[in-house]
Design a protein around this ligand. Sequence first.
Ligand code: ASP
Ligand code: MG
Length: 410
Amino acid sequence: MSLFVQKYGGTSVGSIERIEAVADKVAAFRAQGHGMVVVLSAMSGETNRLIDLAYQIQEKPDPRELDVLVSTGEQVTIALLSMALKKRGYDACSYTGGQVKILTDNAHTKARIQSIDVERMRVDLDDGKVIVVAGFQGVDDDGNITTLGRGGSDTTGVALAAALDATECQIYTDVDGVYTTDPRVVDSARRLDRITFEEMLEMASLGSKVLQIRAVEFAGKYKVPLRVLSTFEEGNGTLISLDEEDNDMEQPVVSGIAFNRDEAKLTIRGVPDTPGVACRILAPVGGDNIEVDVIVQNISAVDGTTDFTFTVHRNDLSKAREVLERASAELGAREVITDDKIAKVSIVGVGMRSHANVASRMFNALGEDNINIQMITTSEIKISVIIDERYLELAVRALHSEFELSEKER
Ligand code: ASP
Ligand code: MG
């Protein structure tokens, strides 16, 4: 008998009708004899509504109380789904995170799971009960309610699947899987049947928003097979797995194209090219809690100076600029220039490890469309370029076609 952990997102439980539909789905699995653990989000919009209420009272809501407040959204949906299952003649029982118990640290609003007590769930499963757990929440050592950060129900689902050694963790959502790229940009973007954890992690951190990044990290670490699929349409979705091990199929070179419009670029020109200068520029930026992404340093000019360029999140640009202006004055640099009209486009694929020329194919495709590359960064399984934001969609389409992502079966 298989054990499935199924997580349903906010739109999937956004109304009574939809909760009844989820109950039908869960009941059908249970009727086939599978053990079932269901993790739910709050009804769509509910978490935002609750957060908004808090801000109407306090400019900076108290984190502990905020967790008490926002965790209520999930408590509503789990109770309703259990009722719907009972109405259908299935034994079901809802639990809050604290009841399970999902023990976390005490970092309110962004807590991390430390352990999960599976005893009670095992007994219920043996009794044939469907277990319905509130996503996104846990409890700390002192019994305080905690939450796991926005989108945290994905992580609850994966963590429960890991703790129970489930057959598969299925994330039901409003899209039917992970795509080669955003279908709003490329019509012919294709749903992937499979993708590896590593690739999914890159896609997620590069801007593809199907899954919470932490959920993917967790699934990779504990080797939980993870499937993303649609609540509303039939289909197998996308399986995120270790893949490479048991796969004798030829890997495609590139699996997907990710992009991100949230970055801005800063350049400091004419800094003395001496040991320690990179640190003197970047340490104060990092010290201000600004995350730096792509970094490029030019070779030294004849006058012994160099230029240094890096990117940060757009929201951090003005703060980063201030810090850099200060560093510039101290170092006697020539000037600081910033640009927030940039975008990052990345190709991702474990197949890159075994294929040469991937980078040159990428650069050539962009060159043919007259798209200038401003910066480049690579890892074993991805290449990212920074380009003018105006050409973002053109670039994504050019690369999607260069690597034949519309056609390939995987
Ligand atoms: N309800 C929470 C949120 O909206 C958690 C989740 O849905 O995953 O962020
Ligand atoms: Mg979500």
